[in-house]
Design a protein around this ligand. Structure first.
Ligand code: UD1
Length: 373
């Protein structure tokens, strides 16, 4: 898609089903490399990253049929453990195949994902665990080349920083291991729980304990299953913010409000009227938007993937607001674009100060990262 043309000035009305989660589907798809038997995944959003992951898995020996939002995944006889640059470079989640490839074949050659629009995004946390659990990792010509040297039976590993992708990769890597793995200081995003629920349904033994600790007892093999991927909480949050922004009135369906409590609390503080049912949310945006200071943080904190969207809403507040971005070092690319539409935002390090009372005017803009766009 080269451009999107938006005719402004409309209030949002109506009801919408929220799609399945891209960020939950990607690690679940990567984890199917562990499994030779048939897997059926439902509620998968057919977006570009998912198609890239499907291509990547097909180069690694999977056969995948897509029917609407349902994926049927089986295995070809010939399997490979080489993930090419062409596919991994476009999507950072490509690194998630290293865990299952090592668990299954004891060897992997996976391209480094490279940089992206929102920061350097290294993979040191993924590789550190693999080295400590007994794999030899080398970086050769842009690829991580890993192989088993001496796998340990019992591993207790503490992440030095909370990372969603690294937590997912290592859960998958440990699922088929001989012994027990304890991961501490894990990310606890709902998409990680979804991955655990999926793997446990195939016969894995993964247990989320309290205090960001996950215990994985390796199993020798895992079975076929059907699984429905959770809703996309970022898509849900984006619609809620859009309704609040336009003084609209919408209902979002196929969601679990308990999972997005933080976002709901913040939107209520800003002044939106929200009512909840077990699997739907109704929101009415109000003219008066209250200013607020927000910090992004790992779950259950406010998600970095909604930082750009909430910033647009805060531009309409009566007074000045502040956002502190604590996850990525370069995630304010949208600020310059919003200022071109009339916003009054300046940044200082990882803080953005947002002047209120903005009347946006249409302009030609550059779409930066996915969420900001
Ligand atoms: C995932 C989400 C992304 C979301 C992010 C944070 C997917 C496909 N993507 O990305 O939408 O914005 O979580 O909620 O699920 N880091 C390191 N070393 C590593 C790994 C990460 O320093 O080895 C740093 C990153 O640069 C970043 C922070 O840790 O500053 C968090 O990144 P991480 O949680 O790993 O994000 P992703 O899994 O890439």
């Amino acid at each position: 898609m080269k451009k999107i043309v938006i005719q402004g000035g409309y209030k949002l009305h109506g009801s919408i089903n929220i799609s399945g989660s891209k960020n939950a589907s990607l690690p679940i798809l990567a984890s199917t490399l562990l499994i030779d038997k048939k897997i059926i995944l439902e509620n998968v959003p057919i977006v570009k990253d998912i198609l890239t992951m499907v291509n990547l898995l097909e180069t690694l020996g999977k056969k995948i049929k897509i029917k609407k939002n349902k994926l049927e995944i089986t295995s070809k006889n010939k399997k490979k453990y080489f993930a090419k640059y062409d596919l991994v470079k476009t999507m950072r989640a490509g690194i998630l195949v290293i865990g299952p490839l090592l668990a299954k074949f004891n060897s992997a050659k996976v391209s480094l994902p490279g940089g992206c629009a929102i920061g350097a995004r290294p993979v040191d946390l993924h590789l550190d665990f693999l080295s400590k659990s007994g794999y030899d990792n080398k970086i050769l010509k842009g690829y991580v080349v890993s192989k088993k040297i001496n796998l340990k039976d019992k591993i207790c590993y503490t992440f030095k920083k909370i990372s969603v992708g690294a937590t997912e990769n290592l859960i998958i890597a440990a699922s088929l291991a001989k012994g027990t793995t304890i991961l501490k200081n894990c990310a606890t995003e709902p998409e990680i729980k979804d991955l655990i629920d999926f793997l446990n349904k195939t016969g894995c033994k993964i247990n989320y304990q309290s205090n960001r600790t996950i215990k994985i007892i390796g199993v020798p093999k895992i079975n076929e299953t059907n699984y429905t991927v959770m809703f996309d909480r970022i898509e849900a949050g984006t619609y809620l913010i859009a309704a609040a922004l336009t003084e609209g009135k919408i209902k979002i369906k196929n969601v679990d409000p308990k999972i997005i409590k933080t976002e709901i609390k913040i939107l209520r503080k800003i002044g939106a009227k929200i009512s909840l049912k077990s699997n739907e949310i109704r929101i009415t945006g109000k003219k008066k938007i209250k200013n607020l200071n927000i910090k992004t943080a790992p779950y259950p904190g406010f998600p970095t993937d909604l930082q750009a969207q909430i910033m647009v809403l805060l531009c309409k507040a009566q007074k000045k607001s502040e956002i502190q971005e604590n996850i990525f070092e370069n995630r304010f690319m949208h600020v310059a674009e919003l200022n071109r539409m009339g916003a009054k935002i300046y940044t200082k390090g990882n803080k953005a100060v947002i002047g209120g009372g903005t009347t946006f005017l249409g302009a030609e803009l550059m779409a930066t990262d996915l969420r900001a766009s």
